[in-house]
Structures are given as structure tokens and as C-alpha cells.
Design a protein around this ligand. Sequence first.
Ligand SMILES: [Zn+2]
Length: 496
Amino acid sequence: MSKEFDTVRVYIEKLKALESALVLFEWDLETLAPAGSVERTSKIIGALSEEYFNCLISSELSQAVYNAKASGRCSELETKILDKLEEEIDKNRRIPSKEYREFAELTSVSAAKWQEAKLSNDYDIFAPYLEKVVEFEKKFAGYVRTDEKTLYDVLLKDYEKGFDVERLDDFFDKLKKSLIPLVKNIGDVTKKIDCDFLLKSADIEKQKKFNTFLSEYLGFDFNRGVIQESEHPFTTSLHKDDVRITTHYYENNIESAIFSTIHETGHAIFEQGIGDDITMTPLEGGSCAVHESQSRMFENMIGRSKAFWMPLYEKLQAEFPGLFADVEIDKFVTAINRTQPSLIRTESDELTYSLHIIIRYEIEKELINGNLDVKKLPEIWNQKYEEYLGVKPEKYSEGILQDIHWSQGSIGYFPFYAVGNAIAAQIYAAMDKKINVEKCLEKKNIKKIREYLRENVHRYGMSKTADEFLKDITGEEFNPDYYIEYLTGKFTGLFM
Ligand SMILES: [Zn+2]
């Protein structure tokens, strides 16, 4: 390690310490903190964020990064770390700190207004705030824009490099062409599927025990991780040896906790598998789409397969005889894969999920690049739901107001949920050629799958882009055909 890089490392450690404190507060607010603590604790969080921001944009750090790069003595990985830091510094410096603070204040208010609007089913409460968020996003994108073709491209790049409007348009056009007719053809068939047994009462304590077992079975290392409960399941981590996930239990919906636990475990296994050289550096974690590819591969491609349940189903039946004693495994697998066009993205099934994303993508793109009037959004939203999914929201709360993202200023994030699905299918196909995934699942050999993913994906964290990962693993760049083939094959096989 070069002497110059050592100087930068001191800053990296300080930034990491501040970031860890912020992550811990966030985790605490979602899980254990008393409700009354929010106001005062948010002041502590504000002070820590400011300290983080000041450290990041300090001229001393910029100088240290410059010196390290100029020395020519850094390793390839160190250079990647420096590049990533430089990118963060540059982005944050271009936005005037006064406006940055204004935006932070705006989003905390607009998130609260969104909540209020959703609860009272009144879009007008939220619309003026969304309008301001969009204005800020456009302005900020303008500040940091370099060679991107459109402003929305700038926002997209922040979440995943290499995926601009041109490429996403292409991806979503392909998806629409194959998914919309497939969903329409299958929709009526799955209406008749019996899944009432999944909604019978299941003891919460028993659910906890079973989900902990599932998570461990998949390879979550409890010596370096914990599971807690929260309203909305999520994963967070301080570093590879402290990875935290949450889940949410419903007495009359055993499926919900099972699949959100598997999903978050997929994220967690990624975090716990990050290389020793990457953890605690700015390259820790994974980009949006790559991270989501791992959670969705575990949740859907693995967790909803018959091969996965074959060695586990007797245990599930024994733990919950009231639900499953008389249900054959095939009936169970059919039920957990039933598909039905619906209004709510987070409750949608594997087949229709990406259609929910396309709607959000098309609206975001117009909001940022076009002149879409925020007041008209509910109308456009409803039209698209009718066109793509054949359903129409009766209330704002089950339509335009269902997701928190825009109120928090996360515009450009949604498309990568769908890209993540497609990346999962592409990686799975390559992995399957090497290790025969179904056979591993039937033999309870999850370790082989996990080791393949650790070796090819997890250990690299964010040191590779999605395209670099795909090229190295599959020999080609992002190719959505794998995803379309997978969905078509799976769902026509199950239901047609
Ligand atoms: Zn996720």
C-alpha cells in the first residue's frame, strides 16, 4: 500500500465511522427506538450528516485523493476506490450546500405529506410537494450533468452506471411486448387456484422460528448478522461482519414473512460475502440492480421453485399442520406462484412485477425530461394500469400514492428493480450451466450456490458495474432475453 493512499485511508475510516453511526440510527428508528424519540434524535442525525458531508467535500480530502492518484503507486483496487471517492466528492461539491440543505428539509416534509395524503386518500395534499421535489431533482441533475443525453439519464446513472434512457426504453419495450399478452392469457387461469390454506392462522412465534431456520438454511451467518422486525422489511449493514435484516409477520399470511425473509436473506448473503479488501471502503455494498438481482434470485428463482421446497416441505407441514397437512407439494408450489394483475407493486407477483415498474419508469422519464404536469399524474397512472395490467385504482392510496420513493427524492430508482430481475435470470442461466442449480437445491446443497455467487458476484461489492459482472460471468453484456425466456417458460409451464 502506498504512503499516499494511507493518507486517504484515514479519511475513509472517518467517513465510514460517521456513516456507520447514521446507519445504526436509521436501523434503530425502524426497529427499536421509542416513537417519541424521533424529533430530538433527528437533530443528532442532522449533525452527523453535516459532519459527514463536510468531511467528504473538505479540500484536505480532495488534495489527498489527488496526491494518491498522481503518485502512480496505487494498486488497481486502490485506484478504483479513489475514483469512486472522487466521483462522490465531485457530485456533492457541484450542489450548493444551501440548496442541499433545503432539499433535505423538503424531502423530510414531503415524506410526511405523502404519508398524510395516502392516509386521507387526498392527492392534492402531496402534489405541491412532489412538484417541488421534481424541480429540485431537475436542477441538481443539471448541476452534475456532464455528457449525459438527458436529465433523466443523470438521475439513472446515480443508481446504476451504463443504463440510460435509450437502453432502458429498449429493455422495457421488449418486456411489454412479451409480458402484457402473457399476463392476459394467464390471468384468468390462476383465478381458480386454491390458495386459501396460505391465509389460515399461523402462530407468529412458530413463524419466527421457521423463518430463522430458513434464513440460516440459506446461509445467513447469525454470528455476523441479526434479524429483527419492522413495518417494511429491509437490509442494512455496517460492514461484512455486521449485517442486519428485518421481516414482518402477519398471523393470516404466512407467505408474506417467508418470502420477504428469503428476499432480505439474499441481500444479506451478498453483504456477508463481500471481500475483506472491499468491506469498509467506498466500494462496499452493491449497486442497485446487482444487489436486487441477488435478493430476487433467492426469493423467486430459488425460493419459489419446487426443487427448493422438496427437502423442506415435510418440515413446513410438521410445523404448520393446520395449513399444510392436507396440501400436496405441487399444490403448494402452484399457489406460491399464482399470478394475478393487481394494483399494489409490493404485493404483486413475480410475473406482473416488472409491469408495475414500467409504469413508474415511463412517468418518471416524462416528469424529468418532458413537461408532464404533476396534477395530471393520477389520470396518467390509472390509464397505464388499465392498459398494461387491466386493472384500475379506485383510490389514490392504491394508485399514485402507494410508493414512498418520489416523496423522498428517489427518482430514477424504480427501473432497477426490473433490471435486477433480468440480471438475476442472466446470472442464473450461467450458474445453472456450471453447477445444476435444481440438483443442488434438491440435495440441500445451498452452499454450492452460495459459493458460486460469492466467487462471481458478492466478493467484488461495487468494484464492478452490472455490465462488467455480466460480461465476466456470462460472456455477454446485459441481455433481457434470459429473463423473458425464464418467465415465459416458468409460467406457461405452470399454468397453461
Ligand atoms: Zn430488495
